[in-house]
Design a protein around this ligand. Structure first.
Ligand code: 13P
Length: 250
């Protein structure tokens, strides 16, 4: 099983157009991967969620029907005076299946390793899945501290029965920059992550995120150990997202 995850972030997406363009690719691609070969996940805001989940439910297309919806963030708290936050309990009640945690854009806004762990715990308590994001910035990469940096992020999250359901390696310097990480860097990160997962007996799939596009998806998905991608900009267009999906083989 491979995974393709869209992270729409705080962008406005024309949902009708997205669906139309997505379906156009599916209709023209006879070999479009089946839902048991590539799982498609869209991480979106809660307003779009209400509209998009209705579209999915009423769709006659089986691939579109099987798109899974996740949130982009979750509160580390249960409930109470936490203005603007959304609890895992609420996400579950409205029908979302999980959430991203540890995205670098949230880490930049104050999510520490411990907060990321607590968010993972809250999802687990509700039986929801997480997509756990890790990744180094350029200074860390250049000072050859990538390994200890990634291991620290992994150690801080994988405790007390919390573990990644999907693990996205997203080097910060590759996010939204148009510069995807080179194969050697991705391979070395995969090896660091896999050694850790093996040691802890954690079974999860590793995704890559950072400037994934129609042009580079083939190269990225061919890297041993990469079992999917987390896509920002290129997921905002239904056609590009579907073309990327069509190039991921199960
Ligand atoms: P881009 O694909 O726009 O680089 O974003 C990656 C990302 O942050 C996905 O979570």
């Amino acid at each position: 099983m491979k995974y393709l995850v869209a992270n729409w972030k705080m962008n406005s997406v024309d949902l009708d157009l997205w669906e139309k363009k997505f379906l156009k690719v599916i209709d023209s691609e006879k070999d479009f991967p089946k839902s048991h070969e590539v799982k498609l996940i869209v991480c979106l805001n809660l307003y779009d969620y209400q509209l998009f989940s209705k579209k999915i439910q009423s769709s006659k297309n089986q691939i579109f029907q099987n798109i899974i919806l996740y949130a982009q963030d979750v509160s580390r708290y249960e409930e109470g005076a936490h203005t603007g936050q959304i609890s895992s309990h609420y996400l579950k009640n409205i029908g979302l299946e999980g959430s991203i945690v540890g995205h670098s854009e949230l880490r930049e806004n104050g999510d520490t390793e411990n907060i990321v762990f607590q968010k993972g715990l809250k999802l687990k308590e509700q039986g929801l899945s997480n997509i756990f994001c890790i990744g180094e910035d350029l200074a860390t990469l250049e000072s050859s501290e990538k390994k200890s940096f990634l291991l620290n992020q992994l150690e801080a999250f994988c405790k007390k029965d919390v573990e990644p359901n999907l693990l996205a390696y997203e080097p910060i310097w590759a996010i939204g920059t148009g510069i995807e990480a080179d194969s050697e860097n991705i391979k070395s990160s995969v090896s660091i992550i896999n050694d850790f997962l093996e040691q802890k007996k954690i079974n999860t799939s590793i995704l890559y995120g950072g400037s994934v596009s129609v042009e580079n998806i083939h190269e990225i998905i061919s890297i041993p150990g990469i079992e999917g991608c987390l896509v920002g900009n290129s997921s905002l267009d239904g056609e590009q997202f579907a073309i990327i999906a069509s190039k991921i083989t199960g």
